[in-house]
Design a binder for this molecule. Structure first.
Ligand code: GLN
Length: 232
């Protein structure tokens, strides 16, 4: 555990702290050993290796970001690992309905805001966290939905990583990951761990780029280092 903590400390993860339940994400990421920065100003995006966009109200996020903040964030999510939950998932989408709203376009999907209607606008349900081809079984996952959106369409390049009934509720494309529920409100840490794994992989890729052409930091060596660290 100690070496894992040290390992995660190589990464600085930002949590967008303009509005919404950013503090629960901060606590969860810190529990998992990440160094967390609360992001309140666009220039802070330059200092971090990954970002969580929390739940809240996506329309309010857009207002608080303003045009310049939105543009800076749009550039960030194209390059660096980002996890968006609920309102954060809405922000990451390429298409937003009910009402129509601009999205960052990091994930090729159409998402419908407040899609569960008034009667069941919030609920805790059991869904499935998919095995993602690593040989494990799809396992149950508690999901807290709060005025949640629904993913209505996903593009061909989008990987579904969790489902509830027949609906995709967590997806990933490139370095962007989105969940329509609130993993920070359940005890299960798998979603945040999957995000930190993705952020760590991105950092390894960056290092690989830096050392390209260098003497001995081959892909194999990096893989071995990761395996070694993951064992502890
Ligand atoms: N209903 C909110 C929206 O449309 C999202 C709710 C949430 O983040 N819990 O932005």
């Amino acid at each position: 555990m100690i070496s894992r903590r040290r390992h995660e400390h190589e990464m600085k993860i930002g949590v967008l702290a303009l509005q919404g339940d950013f503090d629960a994400h901060r606590r969860r990421l810190e529990e998992l050993g990440a160094e967390v920065v609360l992001v309140k100003k666009p220039e802070q995006l330059d200092e971090i290796d990954g970002l969580v966009i929390p739940g809240g109200e996506s329309g309010t996020f857009l207002k608080l970001l303003g045009d310049a903040g939105f543009e800076k964030l749009r550039q960030f999510v194209r390059m660096k690992p980002t996890l968006g939950t609920c309102a954060g998932a809405i922000l990451l989408a390429s298409e937003v309905e009910n009402p129509k709203q601009i999205g960052l376009g990091a994930i090729d999907m159409c998402i419908r805001r407040n899609a569960y209607g008034r009667q069941i606008d919030s609920s805790i349900r059991e869904g499935k966290f998919l095995s993602l081809g690593n040989g494990d079984k799809d396992l149950p996952l508690e999901m807290v939905f709060i005025r949640a959106p629904k993913i209505e369409r996903v593009g061909a390049g989008v990987e579904v990583i969790a489902t509830e009934g027949s609906d995709p509720v967590a997806v990933r494309q490139g370095r962007a990951m989105a969940a329509t529920f609130h993993p920070e409100l359940s005890e299960d840490t798998r979603v945040h761990r999957a995000f930190l794994d993705m952020a760590r992989d991105a950092l390894v890729d960056k290092l690989r780029g830096i050392f390209k052409g260098g003497p001995s930091l081959s892909d194999e060596l990096i893989r071995q280092r990761r395996e070694e660290k993951d064992r502890f």
